[in-house]
Design a protein around this ligand. Sequence first.
Ligand SMILES: *Cc1c(COP(=O)(O)O)cnc(C)c1O
Length: 508
Amino acid sequence: MSRGPEKVGNTTRGIAYEEPLLFERSRPGRRGFALPPLDVPEVEPEALLGAEACRETIPDLPEVSEVDVVRHFTRLSTWNAAVDLGLYPLGSCTMKYNPRQNEAAAALPGFAGAHPLAPASLSQGILQLMAELERHLAEISGLDRVSLQPAAGAQGELAGIMMIRAYHRHRGESRDRVLIPDSAHGTNPASAALNGYRVQTLESGPDGLLHPETVAAAMGPDVAALMITNPNTLGLFETHIEPICEIVHTGGGLVYGDGANLNALLGIARPGDLGIDVMHFNLHKTFSTPHGGGGPGAGPVGVKNILAPYLPVPVVRELAGDEGEGFVLDYDFPHSIGRLHAHHGNVGMMIRAWAYIRSLGAEGLRRCAEMAVLNANYLLSRLRGTYHVPYEGRVMHECVLSDRLLQGTGVTTLDVAKRLIDYGYHPPTIYFPLVVQGAIMIEPTESESLEGLDRFAEAMLAVAEEARTDPERVRAAPTRTRLARLDETRAARRPVLRWQPAGPSKRP
Ligand SMILES: *Cc1c(COP(=O)(O)O)cnc(C)c1O
């Protein structure tokens, strides 16, 4: 069981290897290309583009060869933790495997080469795909309409809350309070506050769930909405969701469902059926489009029909009857909250999500959720007793542990996370959710095999054992990485600037 990485050998320890910036590798005149001699008359750029489009100086770009660039980025890429290298248990982030066939679909020349300014008549393929993806997401969530525009979950939340505000204003109601349980994702209060709402935090019960009495006590004629993350950030399904939605609706409010954690519900429960009026999807989580360290994501927002008039424009619409056949972008939504993204949104993510949904089908999506939930519960059962479990019971797609049982060893959640890097794992989410002191939040996703889960569980158990027998080793981690533990507090105070740009050079 104890497979301490030091036993494998210490050849990578202590390497002081620095990768210079491309700017530092720059040598005047070095090029990554060779062009044949000019055989047409030379034209001044100003003559071609107009003087206002040309600048006097050119940016100071590195002058490097192709092999310099390829080696630089290939070396950097080997420093990264990636889901393609191993389990990436970053709770709440759903770091599932990104199937390669989705990449192939997004790279099809007809999609990859499509121009966002091409007219609808020349963009029928992508518009049809968008219309189909909207329908699939509506079906999966039990909602009526979907807009694919938002570029991330947080922007989907912003869109949803803006629609809620537009809805109340349109009805002549001035409601300015939003209720948010303490187990919600941090983006929820931020989205509400950005829209000018007062946020009231609701306490979850000792079982980690939100209780109808709590919501009833907080309701009032000024409440615009309840924002609820389900499953919540403790990984627990909010079992009282139906009566809770009823209480909010009776009081004239709407319910925003944070759907970023839809991975646990796919094909099993539909938020719309449970009473949710509006929610966002995270295509980059549940629907396998790559994310983390460089997006782009996509956070479509789905609504019940009562909110459809406020959807962001444009909306993809299938022509019907006398209009003929095909798809158009429809801007005719007088009550729309407006536009949220240039052009069609992050289309590459939509293609990948469409491919994912279509390749798995209804059965496959359901199986994803079942396996994701099974995997989280399996890890929980292997780690319970060694790590403290703050809320008992079955979890959904992720489980939350804490460092309470390590008290007295001097080892904390942060040390455990850093030590896991030495074992080859990206650390779990730590110190979140805030309602658990020293939280360690693990989301294995459905991508992992039983052997993969066992290897990770054994690493976690080995770290706990080390905390008792050799706590200094855990506190010194990571030791097998390019850089040792960063002093994150100092780094924040004193940023290290290694490269000082020279002044702008004249265009040659
Ligand atoms: C990730 C996440 C968000 C925010 O999504 P982004 O795409 O990162 O903006 C919101 N809520 C929950 C529960 C999440 O896990």
